[in-house]
Ligand binder design. Structure first.
Ligand SMILES: Nc1ncnc2c1ncn2[C@@H]1O[C@H](COP(=O)(O)OP(=O)(O)OP(=O)(O)O)[C@@H](O)[C@H]1O
Ligand SMILES: [Mg+2]
Length: 449
């Protein structure tokens, strides 16, 4: 009997120790894995309730707007305007800072408001401000919208609308208006004896739009022969009466080659007239600007050669012809501008690149490496990776000889109607020697030649 009891006790003890051991093991495992479960839980919660994070940010913005409103009330009070409770006065946005103010009691005049706003610029760390009259509100009272553009230039420039017609200054070869800085000053490019320039930026960042404004400005110059090449030539078709347009890779190659031959002729002209370079332009001797958009596509073009066995690498020939043009033609009144997404070393000859640094425009760069963007030596001063792709036309500009370092700007946007109007107004300025009669005199390379 005792033997049975002993065995029973032993079995119970064994069972307890097994159960205890297993529980202990599970417990230890649970403690070890708890943080993982906790973080999985948090992830699950935030996926199911995305608004929680957003609402925290929203609260923060609401508070910020309230503070801004108090700050502006203070400025108004100092300027002699006391906003009343029943007046509609709100801060709608915090960057740029946007107020609407419907003065119901006191007919605060626009001039008075403008004076106060001007004096409040430092309080809002603003670089500029606009005061616009608003249509009447529901109660029939007129009001004003006040916008302070802050020192966060990218946000300011993104919010600014810069249209071609906003650039009031007439272009000269020394200064070609191309856009505005956040302060409202004009940003320029130059053609004055320079080799040319480059424009880079992510897809849809505003390269072609800026190029179009540039072409429209150049159209206004007298004695200016404009040649525009692009795989997407329809972007520039509005200028067909003012500029020569090309999209076929072999045509483009022939054009660059013919310009290099023209440079030979101009060299002979300089020797004959004892000139170091050509500075005076005329109908017979116009300044020539060659603009090539979508350069990467042209540079990688290959065409079937009708009699050759191998396809012809037209892109490589273009690369050599462009190098020749960039290394020499500036003295003869000829400039060249290349536009593409990134200037990779395999795409553009590195010497050509270093020659074309007189005018640099770099828009949003996305994930492009700094050595593929334009501001190699100045990448730190021009971090175009910080410009979001949604900031259309916002970029860095560097115009050699006119600027110390690259500066953020917004390129002017030109709509199709304005393009047509400019082309119409300036078609009489298209130099006579751009017609085909004169072209034939140039020893143009033929296909396969
Ligand atoms: N300065 C600007 N202001 C306002 N909107 C602009 C500006 N520049 C460009 N945009 C808008 O962005 C769009 C894309 O611009 P654009 O065609 O110039 O880009 P892109 O850099 O040439 O692109 P891709 O590499 O595809 O040729 C335009 O259709 C226009 O709506
Ligand atoms: Mg484009």
């Amino acid at each position: 009997m005792e033997w049975v009891e002993d065995h029973l006790r032993l079995s119970v003890l064994l069972l307890f120790s097994i159960v205890g051991g297993v529980s202990l093991l599970f417990g230890l495992y649970a403690v070890a894995i708890a943080p993982l479960w906790l973080s999985l839980g948090i992830i699950y919660y935030s996926v199911r309730h995305p608004e929680s994070e957003v609402s925290i940010q929203q609260d923060e913005r609401d508070r910020h707007r309230k503070r801004l409103k108090e700050q502006f009330s203070e400025c108004l009070r100092e300027g002699g305007i006391e906003p009343q409770d029943e007046e509609q006065f709100d801060c709608l946005n915090d960057n740029p800072i946007r107020f609407v103010y419907h003065p119901m009691r006191y007919g605060s005049t626009k001039e008075r408001l403008e004076r106060i706003v001007e004096a409040s610029l430092p309080a809002f760390k603003a670089v500029r401000a606009d005061v616009e009259r608003l249509p009447p509100n529901e109660e029939g009272f007129f009001g004003y919208e006040v916008v302070f553009y802050t020192e966060t230039e990218i946000a300011t420039l993104t919010a600014m609308s810069v249209l071609f017609d906003d650039l009031r200054e007439e272009p000269t070869r020394e200064r070609i208006p191309i856009g505005l800085y956040a302060t409202g000053e004009t940003a320029y490019m130059t053609l004055d004896g320079v080799v040319g320039g480059m424009i880079a930026g992510q897809s849809r960042s505003g390269k072609s739009a800026a190029t179009s404004s540039f072409i429209a400005m150049l159209s206004r110059l007298e004695n200016e022969r404009l040649i525009v090449c692009s795989n997407k030539i329809m972007d520039f078709r509005a200028y067909e009466d003012r500029a020569e347009l090309h999209d076929d890779p072999v045509d483009v190659l022939n054009v660059v080659n013919s310009l290099n031959d023209e440079a030979e002729r101009r060299k002979a002209y300089c020797l004959e007239h004892g000139l170091k370079k050509i500075e005076q332009f005329s109908d017979d001797l116009p300044h020539i600007t060659l603009i090539i958009d979508e350069y990467a596509i042209l540079r990688t073009s290959v065409v079937e050669d009708p009699d050759g066995k191998k396809p012809r690498k037209v892109g490589d020939e273009v690369d050599r012809a462009v190098f020749r043009a960039a290394s020499r033609n500036a003295a003869y009144g000829m400039s060249i501008f290349l536009i593409t997404q990134r200037f990779m070393s395999g795409l553009v000859d590195t010497t050509t690149r270093s020659l074309l640094t007189s005018n640099l425009l770099g828009f949003s760069s996305g994930d492009a490496r700094s050595d593929e963007m334009l501001f190699d030596t100045r990448a730190d001063e021009a971090p175009s990776c910080e410009i979001p792709i949604s900031s259309k036309g916002v970029g860095y500009i560097f115009c050699e000889g006119h600027m110390e370092k690259p500066r953020l700007f917004k390129a002017a946007y030109i709509d199709e109607r304005t393009e047509k109007r400019i082309a119409e107004e300036t078609r009489h300025l298209r130099p006579k020697d751009t017609d085909y009669g004169k072209e034939e005199r140039l020893p143009i390379q033929t296909r396969g030649g």
